[in-house]
Write a protein that binds this ligand. Structure first.
Ligand code: DX5
Ligand code: ZN
Length: 216
């Protein structure tokens, strides 16, 4: 079943416990935590103390997406704290393979993210064999609520072909502008994990379970 990752960027942060609890009875959910440093992207969100609290008070796996210039700072602070998936940006790290090898000692699942202008062929075979998740950004990272960029479809097809050729088994995760209109096609061509912020949390009337099943 497709994993749906509600992006907490769009939730009501002052009532986060009840926001988290609203997903207790829904299966195959990862909570998506968007970490922005005001440098790799212009926006700023939250860091390790808040991440640790979300991990502690949520019933689902936590998936942190680091839109930061220095992911090593965060992986050092967060090791052993129960974070399930650690995703960093390909554009931020000079030697991603070496970095993934160190992350593997500390996190069950490792993701690498590419921005809309980074092409799939920049990801080496060696990297795609090591990684657990490839997060394809379908908007420019930094803000929720943006329109989906259509070239994402081509990237999913390319990644799926590479995965078959390499006999590897990374998940293809899509992040940005996902809604009930594009989700069907995304899943059909090979997306395994869809991040959705605005579509889930800003839905009217607010019914998270319904929003998730309409994406699935
Ligand atoms: C954007 C973030 C996304 C964002 C998605 O930089 O990485 O996770 O929250 O939000 P929506 O679903 O509103 O595009
Ligand atoms: Zn994200």
């Amino acid at each position: 079943m497709t994993i749906i990752s509600p992006s907490l960027l769009a939730c009501d942060f002052l009532n986060i416990q009840s926001e988290l609890n609203a997903f207790d009875n829904i299966d195959n959910i990862w909570f998506h935590l968007d970490i922005m440093d005001g440098h790799f992207v212009p926006n700023l969100t939250f860091g390790p103390p808040i991440i640790e609290l979300i991990i502690k008070y949520s019933k689902h796996k936590c998936d942190a997406h680091f839109m930061v210039t220095n992911p090593e700072f965060y992986s050092d602070l967060l090791k052993g704290k129960g974070l399930y998936n650690f995703t960093f940006h390909f554009e931020a790290i000079a030697s991603p393979i070496k970095y993934i090898q160190t992350l593997k000692n500390n996190f069950p699942s490792i993701g690498i993210s590419i921005k809309p202008n980074t092409i799939v062929s920049e990801l080496s075979d060696e990297l795609l064999k090591l990684i657990d998740v490839v997060l394809v950004m379908s908007v420019e990272p930094g803000f929720g609520g943006q329109a989906f960029i259509e070239n994402t479809f081509t990237k999913i097809i390319e990644l799926k072909l590479r995965r078959e050729k390499l006999k590897s088994n990374f998940q293809i995760q899509i992040d940005g502008g996902v809604n009930d209109k594009n989700a069907h096609d995304l899943i059909k061509i090979g997306a395994d994990n869809l991040v959705a912020g605005s579509y889930i949390f800003k839905n009217n009337p607010v019914d998270y379970a319904k929003a998730i099943s309409s994406i699935r």
